[in-house]
Write a new protein. Sequence first.
Length: 365
Amino acid sequence: MKKNLISLAIAGALGFGMTTASADDAYEGSWYLVPGVSYMNTDSDLDADDGAGGFLRIGKELSEHWDVQIGAGHARADEDLSVPGGGGKFKQTLFGVDALYMFSRDRFRPFLLAGLGLARNNVDYDVNGVDIGDKKTSWMANVGVGAQFMFTEALGMQADLRHVWSRAEAENNAKTLGDLGFNGTETIGNTYLNVGAIWKFGAPKKVAAVEPEPYVAPEPAPEPAPAPEPKVCKPKVERFELSAEILFGFDKDKLKPEGLQVLDNEVIPKLKGEPFEVVFITGHTDQLGSFEYNDALSKRRAEAVKSYLTSQGVDASVLTAYGAGESSPIVICSEKLPRKQLIECLQPNRRVEIEANRDDVKACE
C-alpha cells in the first residue's frame, strides 16, 4: 500500500509539471476554499487497512511566498486484526493550522507544509464482542509536500502528501486478546494523500481603467512680440526616467547587468560631474498585484538604485529613495486586454525616476 501511495504522489506531481507552460498569475492576497478527498495509509501498529475520507480547508495568501490554511478532515479504515472474531473500524478526525512555503506564484505552485492541531482517534475494535480499543483526543503535527495548479484566476486544484503524528489509545487487553500493536497510549503516524479543488475569493478588486478621451489641441493664440528676456537665475535640474524592465526585469528588484550599464553610462557621470544638493530616486510600478505589494516593490527598486550609486562614489548624503507604487501611472490600459498584452501596455508605468537639483548661484544658466 505504501508503494501504491508513493506512486500516486509521483504521478500527480508529474501531471502538474507537464502543465506549466503558462505562468502569468501573481500573488494577490486572496482567501480561498479547498474541499477535497483523502487516501489514508494507516500506521502498522493500528492493524487496519488503508482508508479514505474528506477534508475542508480555508486558506489565505499572506505574502509572495507564504500561505496559511486552517481546516478539518475525517477518515476511517476497517480493522485488519489477525485473530478470529475481530471487527470494527479506526476513525481519525483532524483539526489543524498549516503554514505553506510557496516556491512560486505562477500557475504551477509547488510548496512545503508544516502544521499543528488536534486529533480525535477512535480505535473502535472488538474481539467477539469484547472492546479492545478506546477513544483519544491528543495533539497533532504534520509535515508534507504538495502543489497547486490554477486553471483560471479563481479556480484550481491542490494535491499534497503529508505524514500526520498523533496519540491513540487501546485497552490493556489489546495485545493479548486482539494481537494489536500496542496497549495503552501510543504515538501513531498515518500518511495522507489529499486532492482537492481551489476556489479563490476576496482578492483585492482591481479598478477598471477608464479610456482617456482623445486630446484636441486648442487653436494657437497669436504670438506676441518678443520682449527682452531678463537675466533669470534658474536652478540646475537633471532628470532621468529609466525603464524598470531594463534595470531589473519584470517583477524583480535586483539590478541586471544591462541596468548597471545604463547607470554607469548615463546617470553616474552627470551626478559626479556637478555638486548637486539633493537627488530624489523614485520607484514606480503598474497596478498589477495588490497595492501593498507594489508599494514595497517600488521602494526596494529605488533603494537598489541608491545603493549602487553610493557604491560608485555618489555622495550618499544627497540621495533620497522613495517608493510611489502604482500611484503615478504614465499610461492607462484597458483591463479587458489579454494578460500578456496588458503587461506590455503597462510597461511605461514600471520605471525609476531620478531628479537631481542644484539651487546655488553657480549652477544658474
